[in-house]
Design a protein around this ligand. Structure first.
Ligand code: NAD
Length: 483
């Protein structure tokens, strides 16, 4: 008999779907393992077409009443969910760390507070919507942000609950109902979120969670004719598949995808700041879409920069992510580690020189890839052009600002870029020329939910954040009334 729970550090997580306000099992399950030590955490319900149909039907049934719920009441419920997240912060942090291997200290102090903030932010933001009236020859134009309908939200494993709630909160605030499908490698906190939402009093069917593989549950959801919005965070190949499915029903999509972002270090930069910024790119074992994985350093300082960087990075402590002293935890899965190592081996075979790391840390078992720095890499090589999604950085040098910009922009991505420079005019000039959804100057990962977030080129389609989220999750309507 299959057990329907996973127990993590004494915290019990239901491993079934959450559909129409009830727990629903599937005929089959898949096994969820912890990347920390390979421990089996539980058997997770493996959804497919039937569960996708049931969840979308529940979201459709719940939609009219939720859409008609006054915005102030929707906002109130979102704030109660935020309080519930705060109350269970420690549980959520422990479960997330065990499930995806990211640092417990950052889940406790950064990620879970941000999860609660996602709900409060979009609850507050709702107040400012829908009051844009103007006059045309005596006629009044009234612009309203109408709920669009059931939304399918599909999310990756590298920051599971943060990325899920970044979509769930504005979708619900806007008056939509939601079917969330979390990544199969980190399914647990989405289930806890369903509990928290139910305890908060969110009506049945407003938030549904379907577990399962992308090619099964995910594919069935994005092809469902009852869906009115699809928001996806994940890889480029999956986005292209989803775009094809969405095209059949002309369903609007929002895509937040991969990157190969640069960190440009100019000779006039504060070198301590530049080295700190570069070392920060190993955070979450390099599994950060925004990570500046291409270090572009002005030739005149590259030796000094490299010396200091390697000394700092070599001192990073790799180990159990539950230990407060750990800087770098494991990568998510053996398949991901193989993929990372494949990139590094092919780069070395093509002539790259390894300045740091270059393989898994075998003392810790196979899933902990050592922070790696490669140089002597060609601009058109795979390691410079493709997203590795592991703790692997490349180092290239440049001699002029023009060359730096050319190298920075020369990939098919455009998610983010970071500059280290002591010259404000240069920062403005260079930022204006970079193709990126976000540019950071002498800082990294400073995120304000009021800002537009997304990527250019193959790093994404559309922007979420602030009012942009509501623009996506709503059907905008203009009502013109004669005098
Ligand atoms: P992935 O594309 O393999 O999977 C993401 C999600 O899509 C999972 O839930 C998966 O089950 C689902 N999925 C897979 N195939 C599907 C299909 N055919 N139909 C519907 N759903 C399907 O990506 P991943 O490996 O989980 O995540 C890593 C990627 O996510 C990286 O490229 C990273 O850069 C990107 N990412 C982007 C951002 C951003 O905000 N731009 C943030 C985090 C991660």
């Amino acid at each position: 008999m299959t057990r329907h729970t996973a127990t993590v550090a004494g915290i019990v997580v239901d491993t079934r779907h959450w559909i129409g306000g009830a727990r629903v099992a599937s005929a089959t399950t898949f096994t969820d393992e912890s990347p920390i030590d390979g421990a089996v955490l539980g058997e997770i319900a493996r959804g497919g077409q039937a569960e996708a149909d049931a969840a979308v039907a529940a979201a459709q049934a719940a939609f009219p009443a939720w859409a008609a719920t006054p915005p102030a009441e929707r906002a109130r419920l979102l704030r109660v969910i935020a309080d519930g997240v705060d109350k269970r912060r420690e549980d959520l942090a422990l479960v997330e760390t065990t499930d995806n291997g990211a640092l417990l200290r950052s889940h406790r102090r950064g990620v879970m507070p941000r999860v609660a903030h996602n709900f409060r932010f979009f609850a507050d933001r709702l107040d400012g919507l829908g009051h844009e009236d103007f006059d045309t020859r005596g006629h009044t134009n009234h612009v309203s942000w109408d709920p669009a309908g059931p939304c399918v939200l599909i999310t990756p494993w590298n920051a599971p609950l943060m990325l899920a709630t970044w979509k769930v909160a504005p979708a619900l605030a806007a008056g939509n109902t939601v079917v969330l499908k979390p990544a199969e490698w980190s399914p647990l906190t989405a289930s806890l979120l369903a509990d928290i939402a139910a305890e908060a009093g969110l009506p049945a069917g407003v938030l549904n969670v379907v577990q399962g593989y992308g090619a099964e549950a995910g594919a069935a959801l994005v092809a469902h004719p009852g869906v009115r919005r699809i928001s996806f965070t994940g890889s480029v190949p999956t986005a292209k598949r989803i775009a094809r499915a969405a095209a059949a029903g002309l369903v609007p999509t929002s895509f937040e995808l991969g990157g190969k972002s640069p960190l440009l270090v100019f000779a006039d930069a504060d070198l301590d700041v530049a080295v700190d910024l570069a070392v920060e790119q190993y955070d979450n074992a390099g599994q950060v879409c925004l990570a500046a994985t291409r270090l572009l350093v002005e030739s005149s300082i590259s030796e000094e920069f490299t010396r200091r960087f390697v000394a700092r990075a070599a001192a990073l402590r790799q180990g159990d992510p539950r230990d407060e002293a750990t800087d770098i935890g494991p990568n998510i899965h053996a398949r991901q580690v193989e993929k990372i190592d494949g990139f590094v081996r092919r780069a070395v075979a093509a002539g790259a020189r390894t300045l740091l790391g270059g393989g898994p840390n075998t003392d810790l078992g196979g899933l902990y890839y050592r922070p790696t720095l490669l140089t002597d890499v060609a601009q058109d090589s795979e390691i410079v052009q493709e997203e590795v999604f592991g703790p692997v950085l490349t180092l290239q040098t440049f001699d002029t600002e023009d060359e730096a910009v050319r190298l920075a922009n020369d990939t098919r991505f455009g998610l983010a870029a970071t500059l280290a420079t002591g010259d404000r005019d240069r920062a403005e000039r260079v930022a204006a020329r970079l193709v990126a959804g976000t540019v950071w100057v002498n800082c990294f990962f400073v995120r304000d939910l009021r800002a537009p977030f997304g990527g250019s080129r193959e790093s994404g389609v559309g922007r979420e954040g602030g009012t942009w989220s509501f623009d996506f999750y709503c059907d905008l309507k203009n009502t013109v009334t004669a005098p």
